[in-house]
Ligand binder design. Structure first.
Ligand SMILES: Nc1nc2c(c(=O)[nH]1)N[C@H]1C(S)=C(S)[C@@H](COP(=O)(O)OP(=O)(O)OC[C@H]3O[C@@H](n4cnc5c(=O)[nH]c(N)nc54)[C@H](O)[C@@H]3O)O[C@H]1N2
Ligand SMILES: Nc1nc2c(c(=O)[nH]1)N[C@H]1C(S)=C(S)[C@@H](COP(=O)(O)OP(=O)(O)OC[C@H]3O[C@@H](n4cnc5c(=O)[nH]c(N)nc54)[C@H](O)[C@@H]3O)O[C@H]1N2
Ligand code: SF4
Ligand SMILES: [Mo]
Length: 858
């Protein structure tokens, strides 16, 4: 089998993948990000490249259209809006999942040819606070860290990062380094316990947004203990006094931590020169996100712990090309190639290079404001590219209404039905991962190639080509006459060379003569370059700046809702949701709630909780766990209107943003929670995709079709009809059992002796084995046996999936523990769990701990 060398399309670790057209997926042993490893999502890529649900042809108002019709219409509508209402009346909303070439072209069209800067991207929800913090401190948006630094550090501080689930291969590299050097220490700062916490020597269960106070306190501690590097500061850093004064005025009560916990952390940090502080969305997605970033950077600058091996701040990027997007300047307040939008010389140089009729002169609208402008009618034409804003922005119901309010909406997508394509006038089919060529940059500034190994399906085309065609039809053909992504890449590198007179960190000269086809993973400015090793920063005086930051007061509110990610799903699930293996890990939208809160709200096992904010409501399955603190809730961001009737967390979140970065505070939102009492609970397994409309419904792929968790507020008069309606199985024979004592209704539908749907309904949450029920679909099991809802003796109930690679369930693992498995390695030997990608190892550790088994040394 011929395998193609490419890069994983999910997280910012940027793992190398060897992929084949038959769905073969292997980790690339030669890629310096992963050296052959892959996590559960990467390993399941082969299951997500089928054409099921793909958008294969352009659509205009829901009808299939020809490319020339669709492109003409888009160009006409954008040109007309610009002619009538000016360039600021149109907007692009793009994505850190675009390839660098796509991103460069979109940015060029908006900023150089349309002449406005209304191009913002989902990176505003993701990295904007880090960008703003870096610029304040360093004068540029420089991420100085490398993966090797993590392995070399003696102390790794993970702040607001669930690395075990969100950057699994990087987490495994750290876990391996800690195994090899057990003296390495890991501190995890997160208001809840996560899979990442299981690796930590110290968990600081910080109050939401207590980070500025914590790092200000660290700063004061370092100063008091004589740990500042005054020599380094004298030569290379401004602003110490102001920052220190702010630190001294910080009330540490706002950390929510005990004096003992704080002291333990401060002592460890002070005593360990080789410290890397890794941070992610628990830092960025906050109304004080930029200040959090600078509170962290202040401590590294004041101790000179930056620019040296094994130390420094490290903002890990979320999306595969979040870093590339920053390089091409894809945000509304950037220009291109790390040049400044508010610098007239920079603007002129870019305009000259692009030979463009105009250039934007002021920043455009940042994501949240951009959709507010859609809501109030200022935006007349909107183009959404490779992102799903109707789900992923805060106040998603408000955003959906805002999109619906725009007179002309275009979406470039790979999937036919998303919550955003459902609101679009024109849908343009893009080639997806495996079908397109280009480059991405990972968290450590390493550019890698994505390479096609599959043909373009239907009439799908690469994003850069679609954008260039629209630009051409708008009259800018001379500047968008690219034939291949290599042409775009060459221009992007040439722009870097043409603007090299402006001092900045970005330097792409290493790619000047590179053979695009053979491009090997390479860091800019060059491999293993260490930024700031000479103490030179990018403010005009060459120094870095410490920034005085003020800690916000701790809020006392009802419940604080925290949101984030699951191990096996990617954002709005358009791709990972296709894999039954990945879906089985956590199959429905849930809310983590502390046992004390659950007790006071009378929320029992499997109950549903109604969560509400001033923006909207959601119904979520209670996951009662001491991993969250009392008064706090956590819910995943993944569920959409395609997959659930009421499980979308962003219908709750507030469009409140950081005043500097414009990044929304997606991690804390005031909500109320109450027990939701439906008339009935249900579980449905069926062969074909169902479209349930009950007050609570969450659908997921299974190995045999689909499953739905259900709850209804009205008892139907006829369960047979209800089962047919819910499952969409109009034909077939029905067997029904109604057991009034246990208030249980069971319905089976079989077509030609094959079971096509099984519905179980009860007055209390259905506790039957999901895996057993799913296993009956498509089989010729007699309906009465299937309706028992128990596994056949030769098909034991494996329980909820823990290891996605080998489909190992919780019950299988508990049985292995009962049979004497006492370590993660022993569980692996007994069941294979954790022996492929290793993403579930933290959960295996937790499962062993829960089973009260003392961990054996591995
Ligand atoms: N499996 C999976 N992996 C992914 C993604 C995915 O969708 N699925 N998405 C990718 C993307 S784009 C991104 S941006 C990254 C995100 O990666 P992460 O940032 O690691 O993930 P999150 O779950 O969003 O949030 C991290 C943690 O922040 C904590 N937190 C909340 N509030 C605070 C606070 O005030 N202070 C502190 N210190 N912590 C807080 C949360 O409890 C949570 O555990 O993941 C990337 N990787
Ligand atoms: N509550 C809450 N909300 C959050 C977050 C959170 O932590 N909590 N995190 C935020 C963060 S950090 C992020 S990054 C965002 C992510 O949010 P989104 O970007 O909205 O989520 P995705 O599902 O990744 O959307 C990508 C879309 O692009 C499509 N697509 C895939 N490949 C291609 C391609 O090659 N071309 C085109 N044109 N389309 C393609 C996919 O099918 C999908 O619909 O969510 C944000 N929202
Ligand atoms: S860690 Fe997983 S999701 Fe991230 S790039 Fe590697 S394989 Fe892909
Ligand atoms: Mo992100």
């Amino acid at each position: 089998m011929n395998l193609t060398r490419t890069t994983c399309p999910y997280c910012g670790v940027g793992c190398g993948v060897l992929a084949g057209a038959d769905g073969t997926i292997k980790g690339d042993p030669d890629h310096p990000a992963n050296f052959g490893r892959l996590c559960s999502k990467g390993a399941a890529l082969g299951e997500t490249i089928d054409l099921d649900g793909r958008l294969l042809h352009p659509k205009i108002d829901g009808q299939q259209a020809r490319w020339d019709e669709a492109l003409d219409l888009v160009a006409d509508k954008f040109s007309a809006a610009i002619a009538e209402h000016g360039p600021d009346s149109v907007a692009f909303y793009a994505s850190g999942q675009l390839l660098t070439e796509d991103y460069y072209v979109a940015n060029k069209l908006m900023k150089g040819f349309i002449g406005a800067a209304n191009i913002d991207t989902n990176s505003r929800l993701c990295m904007a606070s880090s960008v703003a913090g870096h610029k304040r401190a360093f004068g540029t948006d420089t991420v100085p860290g490398t993966y090797a630094d993590l392995e070399e550090a003696d102390l790794i501080v993970l702040v607001g990062s669930n690395l075990a689930w969100c950057h699994p291969v990087l987490f495994q590299r750290i876990a391996a380094a800690k195994d090899a050097r057990p003296e390495m220490r890991v501190v995890n700062i997160d208001p809840r316990r996560t899979a990442t916490t299981d690796l930590a020597d110290l968990h600081l269960q910080i109050a939401p947004d207590g980070d500025v106070a914590l790092f200000n306190g660290l700063m004061a501690h370092l100063a008091a203990g004589g740990h500042l590097d005054h020599e380094f500061i004298r030569h290379h850093v401004n602003g110490l006094q102001e920052a220190l004064t702010a630190a001294h005025h910080t009330d540490l009560i706002n950390t929510g931590l005990s004096a003992q916990d704080r002291a333990a952390f401060y002592r460890l940090w002070a005593a360990t020169p080789k410290v890397v502080t890794v941070y992610s969305q628990g830092v960025n997605q906050s109304a004080c996100g930029t200040d959090k970033v600078n509170a962290i950077l202040n401590c590294h600058l004041a101790t000179g712990r930056i620019g040296k091996p094994g130390m420094g701040p490290f903002s890990v990027t979320g999306q595969p090309n979040a870093m590339g997007g920053r390089e091409v300047g894809g945000l509304a307040n950037m220009l291109a190639n790390h040049l400044e939008l508010d610098n007239p010389d920079h603007r002129q140089a870019v305009r000259d290079f692009w030979n463009s009729p105009t250039i934007c002169t002021k920043p455009g609208l940042k994501a949240v404001d951009l959709f507010k402008a859609c809501a109030n009618g200022d935006i007349k034409a909107l183009w959404v590219i490779s992102t799903n804003p109707a789900v992923s922005l805060p106040d998603s119901e408000g955003v959906a209404a805002a999109i619906a309010n725009v007179p002309f909406v275009v979406t470039s997508e790979i999937m036919e039905n998303t919550d955003t394509t459902d609101l679009s006038h024109v849908c343009l089919p893009a080639t997806g991962w495996g079908e397109k060529d280009g480059t991405v940059t990972n968290s450590e500034r390493r550019l890698s190639r994505q390479r096609a190994f599959l043909p373009a399906p239907g009439s799908a085309r690469p994003d850069w080509a679609i954008i260039s065609d629209v630009a051409t039809r708008m009259g800018f053909g001379h500047a968008f006459a690219y034939k291949t992504p290599a042409d775009v890449f060459a221009e992007y590198i040439a722009l870097d060379a043409a603007t090299s007179q402006f001092p900045r960190d970005l330097d792409l000269s290493i790619f000047a003569d590179v053979d695009y086809t053979r491009l090997v993973p390479t860091q800019w400015p060059q491999n293993d370059h260490r930024f700031f090793s000479d103490g030179r920063f990018y403010h005009p005086d060459g120094k870095a700046r410490m920034i005085p930051v003020k800690a916000p007061q701790r809020k006392h509110q009802g419940f604080a809702l925290n949101t984030g990610r699951n191990r096996d799903q990617w954002h709005t699930m358009t791709r990972t949701g296709k894999s039954a293996r990945l879906g089985a890990h956590l199959a429905e939208p849930y809310v983590e709630m502390h046992p004390q809160d659950a007790a006071s709200l009378e929320v029992g096992a499997g109950a549903l909780v109604r969560v509400e904010s001033i923006y909207g409501g959601a119904i979520l399955r209670a996951l009662v766990t001491p991993r969250v603190a009392p008064g706090q809730l956590f819910a995943p961001m993944h569920w959409t209107r395609q997959r659930t009737t009421s499980g979308m967390v962003n219908s709750l979140t507030a469009p409140v943003t950081d005043p500097i970065s414009g990044q929304p505070a997606l991690k804390s939102c005031a909500v109320t929670a109450t027990l939701y009492k439906p008339k009935w609970y249900g579980f449905l397994a069926c062969a074909n995709q169902p479209k349930p409309q009950t007050p609570y419904a969450a659908i997921a792929r299974t190995q045999t079709g689909w499953q739905v968790e259900l709850a209804g507020s009205q008892t139907p008069t006829c369960w047979e009809a209800e089962a047919r309606r819910l499952s969409g199985q109009a034909i077939g024979d029905v067997s029904i059992q109604i057991d009034p004592t246990a208030a249980m209704v069971r319905v089976a539908i079989a077509e030609n002796d094959r079971i096509t749907a099984l519905l179980f309904v009860a007055a209390t949450p259905v506790v039957l084995s999901r895996s057993a029920i799913i296993g009956f679909i498509g089989t010729s099991t007699p309906p009465l046996i299937a309706l028992a809802g128990r596994s056949a003796a030769d098909m034991p109930d494996v329980g909820a999936t823990v290891c996605a690679c080998f489909n190992v369930g919780r019950n299988t693992l508990l049985a292995a523990v009962a049979n004497g498995a006492r370590s993660v390695a022993a569980l692996g030997e007994a069941t294979c769990a954790g022996t492929n990608c290793g993403s579930c190892k933290p959960e295996l550790t937790a499962l062993l701990a829960e089973a009260s088994i003392p961990m054996a040394a591995e």
